[in-house]
Design a protein around this ligand. Structure first.
Ligand SMILES: [Zn+2]
Length: 158
């Protein structure tokens, strides 16, 4: 049996007039995330954690932000494609842990919904997917509500 750990990190700018997709769902928010896809920072961090654990290149290599086919794409589609990529090498996901960092809105009331949406895409039980959230205590670009960050780690098993 082989185990591999991977790390993922992502950041997106926040601006008024954009939707805020986080963890595969649309949140009510004055500001939304700016990006080529739906700019779901958590999903992009999880994609990179999975790709990293499998020894693959990063999400931008597989889904370049210059490609028209990925414009405004639902990041759940990207995540399911990443799961396919790692499965081709015989990997299964053991568990994923993640942390979102943003000032507002509050994430905690939505975490169970996010886990219910994402666990089937990852083909794991929702108990094997952790989503945590914190603020940046008003410090830096996240604290000033100019951006949103996510970190993720994934453990793959083969
Ligand atoms: Zn991203």
């Amino acid at each position: 049996m082989k185990l591999r750990v991977g790390l993922g990190y992502d950041v997106h700018q926040l601006a008024e007039g954009y939707p805020l997709y986080v963890g595969g769902i649309l949140l009510e928010s004055i500001k939304g995330a700016v990006g080529h896809s739906d700019a779901d920072v958590l999903l992009h961090a999880i994609c990179d954690a999975l790709l990293g654990a499998a020894g693959k290149k990063d999400i931008g290599f597989y889904f370049p932000n210059t490609a028209q086919e990925f414009k405004n794409i639902d990041s759940k589609i990207l995540l399911s494609k990443v799961v396919e990529i790692i499965e081709q090498d015989g990997w299964k996901i053991n568990n994923v842990d993640s942390t979102l960092i943003l000032e507002t809105p509050k994430i905690n009331p939505h975490i169970d919904t996010m886990k219910a949406v994402l666990a089937p895409i990852l083909k794991i039980d929702s108990s094997e997917l952790s989503i945590k959230a914190t603020t940046s205590e008003k410090l830096g670009f996240v604290g000033e509500e100019r951006g949103i960050q996510a970190h993720a780690v994934a453990l793959l098993i083969r």
